[in-house]
Design a protein around this ligand. Structure first.
Ligand code: HEM
Length: 528
């Protein structure tokens, strides 16, 4: 028999639950009438069960039905999906004072990152200061600082492909990781002895990513659980423990830079810039350490995945590859590797970079934004607290701008004389939406575009990329639709191709330049 007190307690709980349920239902019904129309869902759960893998494909089907903007209800959470460049720019760019926050990521940001993840933070003062510092470090003209490093990493990438062409995708990951670590911490390059640190940071990223997925932690649905004492909540205890360990790792890495700054060993880098501008940005040591550390996660895997897409395009569009090689040979010649001084004269390579971003978008839904004020748009209500998804996949395949959207055709970004032209409105000259939009748009896009230019120019200067043969000697055509949904990233499923040097001199040229590079700079943090 239950005691009277227990019965009262259960009755109060049931009453509260009933109240919440009816409140959610009434609110959802009221919002449905005034928000942009969208697919009907189940009572209470709304469209929650429609949130499956390859979500962008489902959202793109709904775009055909509901147009450039539609809404969803995720168990009471209002969501708006924007599907074209103009609507994205109207809201996220031109009303960026309202649409620049992120949904709350309790486990991923507040517990694991101690509230210090630049990409997951709400629109607050800490985010503003972090954003300003990373903009100074990585955007616009500051990217010139990293050009020598990127030329070197591209040559080392070519060397690794030359030695072991079948592992090309692995080399991309390693090269992108090395470029980011060197840009952030001023290392000269990384070798296999740095695997442990790269793995540690990647594991940190994976934990953060898993924690940001809906449904993995109950605290996301019941935020008051965050106040449970650690001894009662294993998830919180473990999360805080990881935060402590990751903080130690990031602080050790930045402390090494501090020590280097007193020596002749120092090469200018992002962490060094943070330390030099300590007073300006007013970060404490843990904040600087996290800002530097999370930059690696934002920039390494993304760049590597785009290179996988580039290889897929070259295998499927050999005419594009040959045309690019002809341009490179005409400008660079065959005696030396490409350099950034060739970039102005090689618009076709930058057009390939843009087309790679557009054709098989590496982040089909970018990252969600979150509105901080009620708003009206074209007669529709968008309440404060709405999650805004950019359907980048649909935007980059909009037939209005890209009638043959499934074709890989870099020429679409070039004018009559082969010069780069800016024909796509509302994309700030990018010609696609792969870097997101508004104040939360990718802070590293200039650095990434620069790295992609150099890697692609170097690879095409050195190698032919073609279909591989199977055991029967038949050429195998990889499918351009075989894409893996890795949550934030979408990359081609692993496929085989044949990468061979274009001539016998390639090896000599690559060796003559890579032999001149100093050996790896090892620091004690490598063994973290
Ligand atoms: C090809 C490579 C890359 C792609 C496709 C990419 C894409 C993106 C996207 C879609 C976003 C979210 C935009 C939005 O919410 O509107 C983002 C944010 C971000 N990216 Fe990148 N990115 C790349 C490389 C980089 C690099 C190299 C860095 C660092 C130098 C970087 C740093 C960041 C940061 C810090 C954010 C969070 C910005 C914020 O929330 O304020 N990214 N990126």
């Amino acid at each position: 028999m239950l005691s009277q007190q227990t019965c009262i307690f259960i009755a109060v709980l049931l009453g509260a639950a009933l109240f919440k349920v009816s409140h959610t239902l009434i609110k959802a019904a009221r919002l449905r009438k005034i928000m942009p129309p969208g697919p009907p869902g189940l009572p209470l759960l709304g469209n929650y069960l429609d949130m499956k893998s390859f979500l962008w494909l489902q959202l793109t089907k709904w775009k055909e039905q509901y147009g450039p903007i539609f809404s969803l209800n995720l168990a009471g959470q209002p969501v708006v999906v924007v599907n074209d460049f103009t609507t994205a720019a109207d809201l996220l760019d031109r009303r960026s004072n309202i649409y620049s926050s992120r949904p709350r990521f309790i486990m991923a940001n507040e517990v694991l990152a101690g509230g210090l993840s630049i990409g997951l933070q709400p629109y607050n003062d800490m985010w503003r200061r972090m954003r300003r510092a990373s903009h100074e470090g990585f955007a616009g003209r500051s990217t010139a600082l990293y050009q020598p490093l990127q030329e070197k990493e591209s040559a080392l990438l070519a060397l690794r492909i030359l030695d072991d062409p079948e592992e090309w995708s692995h080399h991309f990951k390693r090269s992108a990781a090395s470029t980011m670590l060197c840009a952030i911490y001023g290392w000269l390059s990384i070798g296999t002895e740095a695997d442990s640190i790269v793995n540690r940071i990647n594991e940190h990223m994976e934990r953060t990513f898993q924690a940001s997925l809906p449904g993995n932690f109950l605290v996301e649905s019941f935020p008051s659980m965050l106040h449970l004492p650690s001894w009662m909540a294993k998830w919180k205890r473990e999360g805080l423990n990881w935060h402590r360990k990751d903080t130690e790792m990031f602080r050790r890495l930045i402390n090494d830079v501090k020590a280097d700054m007193q020596s002749d060993d120092y090469s200018p880098c992002f962490a060094g810039m943070l330390l030099e501008n300590d007073n300006k940005h007013a970060f404490n040591p843990t904040e600087s350490a996290w800002l530097a550390g999370t930059m690696f996660g934002a920039g390494a895997e993304t760049t590597a995945a785009v290179l996988d897409i580039f290889v897929l395009a070259m295998v499927l569009y050999p005419d594009v590859m040959r045309k690019a090689q002809a341009h490179i040979d005409a400008i660079v010649g065959r005696d030396r590797l490409p350099s950034f001084s060739d970039r102005e004269s090689l618009p076709y390579i930058d057009a390939i970079v843009k087309e790679t971003h557009r054709w098989r978008t590496v982040g089909p839904l970018a990252m969600p934004h979150f509105s901080t004020e009620d708003d009206w748009y074209k007669g529709y209500f968008i309440p404060k607290g709405t999650i805004v998804f950019m359907n980048v996949w649909a935007m980059n395949r909009d037939p209005t701008y890209f009638p043959d959207f499934d074709e890989f055709r870099p020429e679409r970004y070039l004018g009559a004389s082969g010069e780069l032209v800016d024909l796509i409105p509302d994309t700030h000259g990018q010609g696609h939406m792969t870097y997101g939009c508004g104040r939360r748009g990718c802070v590293g896009k200039d650095l990434a575009n620069q790295a992609l230019f150099m890697d692609i120019a170097t690879i095409l200067w050195a190698f032919n990329i073609e279909k591989a043969q199977n055991s029967q000697g038949d050429l195998v055509t990889p499918s351009s639709d075989d894409i893996l949904d890795e949550g934030v990233l979408a990359r081609p499923a692993p496929f085989k191709c044949s990468i061979t040097p274009r001539s016998s001199e390639v090896s000599t040229s690559i060796h003559s330049i890579t032999d001149t590079y100093a050996s790896v700079k090892t620091t004690h943090s490598v063994n973290t």
